[in-house]
Design a protein around this ligand. Structure first.
Ligand code: ATP
Ligand code: MG
Length: 394
């Protein structure tokens, strides 16, 4: 019954010139997202509103809604019936036929919420509310008006066309991707980093990603899992260039040269350095990790300080204050969890010490890193030269 969707977005935060940037980006992201849904669509802007119109004969309603629910910046998706203004009697008929189809055979409580956005319409909002209310009561025995908590909140907006809708499907909120620069996500195969990428993308940031791969200690399947997770993040964040870095030789060298309890910290410092290299190459303005204080030895305040030290770009850690269970909750909601818990090893689990330091001293770490002086620059360069970039489409 629907041929259009009215897209609601939070307008309050965006004024002046920013509003156009915001709307442009939103339209672009909606266009992109709808490619995944069966049907042909066009996106239209009218009087500070965004509409998605179905152009093809057939379309998949559920797929369309699901696609729109991945677009940051959308706060509500309203399947809407658009009718021409042909006098009040005709509008009442249209409203009644809308309700018949939307709530077949049901008795419901309702409230009419009319809005006259076009001031030359001959009736005022309150009059429309009352008059439509009467017609509805007459047409549907058993229905009643409830102005406080109606089951059906019927919106009737008088614009160029008249908009009739009563369903508001929640969108993901946030800001359209493309409105806030780009950042480099350190994406592992775990639960946390895809959630971290999702959260930063939600603020309008475009995402590229880097994965440290350690063949043969980590398998092709572990890499494929990361590619799949990047695909899941891309549903929300748009296309992602995933940098797969060969990290084996660096890890082995650190393993040979440095105290084993410092291995994880030193390794993480090299991950950050390399991530920053690719970030700068790609014009990213920050790094993103899935770290959360105290979650593991490498995420104590001291460890985070040690990893952070090697970067000059800001490091965004959106999960920093979250408990694991809260992170799992988001992971499930964005449909990453099932992929994240597949059992393939990641490169950190191969070289873990029995008793990693939990309070690394910067002084000691810097000192032990000197043991890498002979070969590390060449190994880092090798890792940069052999990077594989995989373009991930949503
Ligand atoms: P995750 O669930 O994201 O893997 P984690 O709890 O396993 O996190 P760590 O393994 O300590 O935590 O990693 C902390 C962060 O470092 C990750 O969230 C991710 O951003 C980054 N990271 C860890 N391993 C890799 C890797 N192999 N490639 C890219 N980034 C990684
Ligand atoms: Mg991990």
């Amino acid at each position: 019954m629907y041929r259009s969707f009215l897209i609601k977005y939070a307008e309050i935060a965006i004024k002046g010139k920013n509003r156009y940037l915001f709307e442009d980006a939103l339209v672009r992201q909606i266009d992109l997202a709808l490619r995944k849904a069966e049907g042909e669509f066009s996106v239209r802007r009218e009087q500070g509103r965004i509409y998605v119109d179905v152009q093809s004969e057939r379309f998949d309603y559920d797929e369309t809604v699901a696609a729109l629910q991945c677009v940051f910046g959308i706060v509500g998706i309203c399947p809407v019936v658009l009718v021409e203004d042909a006098g009040f009697d005709r509008l009442a008929e249209d409203v009644i036929s809308y309700l018949k189809r939307a709530y077949p055979g049901q008795a419901f409580s309702f409230k009419v919420n009319a809005r006259r956005a076009r001031k030359n319409y001959p009736m005022e909002s309150m009059e429309i509310n009352a008059a439509l209310g009467e017609r509805i009561l007459a047409a549907f025995p058993g229905t009643r008006v409830d102005v406080h908590s109606p089951e059906v909140m019927l919106h009737v907006e008088i614009r160029n066309q008249i908009n009739i809708y009563s369903v508001v499907i929640p969108g993901p909120g946030g800001m359209p991707v493309g409105t806030n620069g780009k950042a480099m996500l350190l994406l592992s195969g775990g639960i946390d980093s895809p959630v971290a990428g999702y959260m930063i993308a939600k603020r309008g940031v475009t995402i590229d990603a880097v994965y440290f791969h350690a063949p043969p200690y980590t398998s092709e399947r572990a890499k494929q899992k990361v590619v799949d997770l990047a695909g899941i993040v891309a549903r929300y964040a748009g296309p992602i260039d995933l940098h797969v870095v060969n990290f084996t030789d660096i890890q082995l060298y650190i393993y040979e040269q440095c105290p084993h309890e410092e291995l994880t910290i030193i390794m993480r410092r090299y991950m950050m350095k390399l991530a920053e290299h690719f970030a700068k190459e790609r014009g990213c303005l920050g790094l993103i990790t899935g770290e959360s204080i105290g979650q593991v030895a490498s995420q104590t305040m001291q460890s985070l300080a040690a990893t952070n030290e090697v970067c000059t770009l800001p490091v965004y850690r959106p999960l920093i204050g979250f408990d694991k269970q809260e992170i799992v909750g988001i992971s499930e909601r964005i449909h990453a969890y099932e992929t994240s818990i597949l059992p393939y090893e990641d490169c950190c689990t191969i070289f873990v010490a029995k008793h990693p330091v939990t309070k690394p001293s910067l002084h000691v770490i810097r000192n032990d890193e000197r043991k890498l002086a002979e070969k590390i620059d060449a190994l880092v360069q090798e890792a940069i030269d052999t990077v594989e970039v995989i373009h991930i489409e949503p």
